[in-house]
Write a protein that binds this ligand. Structure first.
Ligand SMILES: [Zn+2]
Length: 408
């Protein structure tokens, strides 16, 4: 705690702050089983639905998005936009061989939204999930992909919904990857096109500024038994103490009822291209592999296939990770002031590292000239205390408040 004294000054009565979350636990509680389920349901996860591509066997005809693929893409885009973010489509194409025949896939799109942090030296946190599902063109069943991977996509949308109203120190990138099922093509494209090792390319994300990347892929299968309510974290390498893995495990352990099993290396999801390019990246995935994986029965209509509460809990834990690591700046919460006579008042508030607070006052609440700035105070940690003195006879008759100012 730091005691700060402002002399020759004024102030008093506390204005009620608007009702807002003031702790990370309150922020992540905004994700509920019901809110998660609503988003998940909107991603076309029922029997007969699909987010894949055409499966034409003629190699001269490009394979393009089919079924509900583009409807899901648009739903994701519109959702980001409705949160006040400024999403963009990240188009790409690629070729892929099946049975010795090379096919071209076109009209692929990642959906990307960036929430910019306020620090001048802000780093980048990236959270992504693929929204495509497998199709018959891969000689697989036409799967709705309710678990693989509408479950992770819904999590990304829920993260964006509850975190976007808040201010952060660092940047957060929310990505719905396309064409993961064809070979991580959306993630490869994003890494190749939008990240760089060259600091001169200031329009791209500098890879050394990426503090953590998480792929959310299959978050909803949670059968009863000894492994219920467990989750796995895999890295691109087997180093289980990489910072992103350690911090994600820590957040999940402290903020959820899920048991984390830190599980070595895996290359089969969208974290892998980030890992191969030197970024600290990991995969969060259900403990027990869903038996409906890549099948028509990976559907909300299959009993036991999807556990919304489990997925919501994992999403809350991931939200806690982002809030802690990307430095959420929460509103100041004032305690009631304690008056030391008429000319001195003491009050304190919860303060975030890196946040900036403006202390302001009014003599008269009907005054329409707004709040007068008493001081702007930076570099707070924990609880801060402000003592206001030397305003003989006026201190206890005035109104004041503390508000966040979001410049770093
Ligand atoms: Zn998947």
């Amino acid at each position: 705690m730091i005691l700060r004294i402002i002399c020759g000054s004024i102030l008093i009565f506390l204005c009620a702050q608007s009702v807002q979350a003031t702790t990370i636990a309150e922020v992540i509680a905004g994700i509920t089983s019901e809110s998660y389920q609503q988003v998940h349901t909107n991603l076309f996860v029922s029997d007969g639905q699909n987010r894949g591509f055409t499966g034409d066997l003629d190699a001269n005809i490009p394979r393009v998005p089919a079924y509900q693929h583009d409807e899901a893409r648009d739903y994701i885009f519109d959702s980001f936009e409705s949160f006040g973010l400024d999403p963009w489509l990240d188009p790409f194409w690629f070729t892929r061989s099946y049975g010795g025949v090379s096919y071209t896939y076109t009209n692929c799109n990642n959906v990307v939204a960036v929430q910019y942090g306020v620090a001048t030296n802000a780093g980048w946190y990236i959270v992504g999930a693929h929204y495509d599902s497998v199709d018959t063109g891969q000689f697989l069943e036409l799967s709705p992909g309710a678990d693989d991977n509408a479950s992770g996509t819904a999590a990304v949308l829920e993260l964006a919904r509850i975190l976007s109203p808040h201010t952060f120190r660092d940047h957060i990138v929310y990505i719905a990857f396309d064409a993961e099922e064809k070979g991580l093509h959306g993630a490869w494209h994003f890494v190749d096109t939008h990240t760089t090792t060259d600091p001169a390319k200031t329009n791209l994300i500098l890879r050394s500024d990426v503090r953590g990347m998480i792929s959310l892929d299959m978050l909803a299968y949670n059968p009863a038994g000894t492994h219920q309510d467990k989750v796995r974290i895999y890295g691109g390498s087997s180093s289980t103490n990489a910072p992103v893995r350690a911090a994600l495990q820590s957040a999940l352990t402290r903020y959820t009822s899920i048991t984390v099993v830190n599980s070595g290396a895996i290359s089969a999801s969208d974290h892998y291209p980030f890992h191969l390019h030197g970024m600290d990246a990991c995969l969060l995935i259900e403990y027990t592999l869903n038996p409906h994986y890549h099948r028509t029965t990976d559907s909300i209509d299959t009993p036991g296939c999807i556990d919304h509460e489990y997925a919501a809990e994992l999403t809350r834990g991931t939200a806690a990770y982002l809030a802690e690591q990307a430095g959420i700046i929460l509103p100041a919460t004032l305690t009631p002031p304690s008056f030391q006579g008429e000319d001195e008042v003491l009050f304190s508030w919860s303060a975030q590292s890196g946040a900036v607070y403006r202390v302001a006052y009014k003599d008269d609440l009907t005054d329409t000239n707004g709040w007068q700035t008493l001081g702007v105070i930076t570099n707070f940690y924990g609880w801060e205390t402000l003592r206001i003195t030397n305003q003989v006879g006026t201190v206890s008759r005035r109104f004041y408040r503390v508000e966040n100012v979001y410049e770093p």
